[in-house]
Design a protein around this ligand. Structure first.
Ligand SMILES: Nc1ncnc2c1ncn2[C@@H]1O[C@H](COP(=O)(O)OP(=O)(O)O)[C@@H](O)[C@H]1O
Ligand SMILES: [Mg+2]
Length: 372
């Protein structure tokens, strides 16, 4: 099932038979304990994936390129079902070291399942993958992965510093460095003054910050963040953005699974879209969003004015806004004239660029139409 030979990156990092770190305790943690941060860090740049691989040498039998030494993640035809429900269907992708990649898709698309496979918390039914040059779940890669699960609970009776200290032992962070490392991640997660607080006393957002602190322990080479900002306030979300910027500067590879599209837009180099377990799209964010649109704001519901603009080309309406992609700016006065003639009250007219949300909705609706 797994590639018989690890790529260069893995052999440079260490032999395949390295003893397992105590990343997961033999008996597990207390009930309700989080899925732990199994590991911990990589570098470079690149794009591509899905069914459009273009790099690397061909892997015999796969009929597609194999892993390259700079891949932090390489997956080929990964599939996973839960009973009769297919969560992932033949997913192929690659993430180069140092890339910051957004993983998007509707609920149930398979995003968390993919992340769990990469961490080694679930096993694929078929397919091949390497994470940081090692097979899925291999102690070598687990040690270098930082993971923030989508859903987690820490032991409520422990203090914040105790939770982090416990995970620092599991990581394992060398004894001599532990205190400094605990303080470092507390600080980076914005919890420097919360070390003595009990988990039970933390708000949901602060617990999410604690999860981030744990994921950052031991300087991971690959950070897998599954909905890291779902419970965070705007300040917390801004903190996560700057944390991702720091990771980028340090060459840490980040896979960011988030529904907060503005964050993905600001933080990521590339976006992978999953839908119904398949890779629907994969591309550099800059190229995706490099499309001009005209946004016309009205003082009332915009949908009823779509027909009067139909002869200008594509028009869509959302609440009080009309969006017209690829409209020549010389036609703006005509558009406004047509709207006024149809009884609309125009509040503003702004040329701008397509947003990630618009692009994603377009992709997903196109995919719906493709369905039998
Ligand atoms: N442990 C599980 N048992 C049964 N079905 C699951 C399990 N985990 C995920 N699924 C199903 O697999 C599909 C993908 O789920 P998930 O990966 O959580 O999607 P996403 O993170 O994109 O919302 C969904 O249909 C979900 O219900
Ligand atoms: Mg999920």
């Amino acid at each position: 099932m797994w590639p018989a030979r690890l790529p260069e990156a893995a052999s440079a990092a260490g032999p395949a038979g390295i003893p397992a770190p105590a990343a997961l305790p033999p008996g597990g943690l207390a009930p309700g304990a989080p899925a732990l941060s199994e590991g911990r860090c990589a570098h470079g740049k690149g794009t591509l994936s899905g069914e459009t691989f273009g790099l690397g040498a061909s892997t015999p039998g796969l009929g597609r390129p194999g892993p390259a030494s700079r891949d932090a993640v390489w997956c080929s035809r990964l599939s996973k079902s839960y009973g009769h429900r297919a969560a992932l269907r033949s997913v192929s992708l690659r993430i180069s070291s140092g890339e910051v990649v957004g993983l998007l898709g509707p609920n149930g698309a398979g995003k968390s399942t993919l992340v769990k496979l990469l961490v080694g918390l679930a096993r694929p039914d078929s397919g091949e993958a390497l994470v940081l040059g090692a097979p899925l779940g291999h102690p070598q890669s687990r040690r270098d992965i930082g993971y923030l699960p989508e859903l987690f609970r820490y032991q409520p009776w422990l203090s914040v510093a105790e939770v982090i200290g416990l995970h620092a032992r599991l990581c394992p962070v060398p004894v001599a460095d532990r205190r400094r490392e605990v303080d470092r991640v507390l600080d980076r997660a914005g919890l420097a003054d919360r070390g003595q607080d009990r988990v039970a006393s933390l708000s949901k957002g602060l617990q999410q910050r604690l999860g981030l602190a744990v994921a950052l322990l031991g300087k991971p080479r690959l950070l897998l963040l599954d909905e890291p900002t779902s419970a965070l306030d705007p300040t917390g979300r801004a903190d996560v953005r700057s944390l991702i910027d720091q990771c980028r500067a340090e060459g840490i590879t980040v896979l960011l699974n988030s529904h907060m599209l503005s964050e993905v837009e600001r933080s990521c180099d590339r976006v992978i879209v999953l839908d119904r377990g398949r890779v629907l799209a994969d591309g550099p964010l800059g190229a995706w969003l490099d499309h001009d649109v005209l946004r016309v704001r009205l003082d009332g519901e915009a949908g009823r004015f779509v027909p009067c603009l139909a002869h200008f080309g594509e028009v869509s309406a959302h609440a009080r806004e009309l969006t017209m992609p690829s409209l020549a700016l010389s036609l703006v006065p005509d558009v406004v004239g047509a709207l006024v003639a149809a009884g609309a009250r125009v509040v503003s007219v702004e040329p701008g660029q397509v947003s990630l949300e618009e692009k994603l909705l377009e992709l997903l609706s196109g995919h719906d139409e493709d369905r039998p």
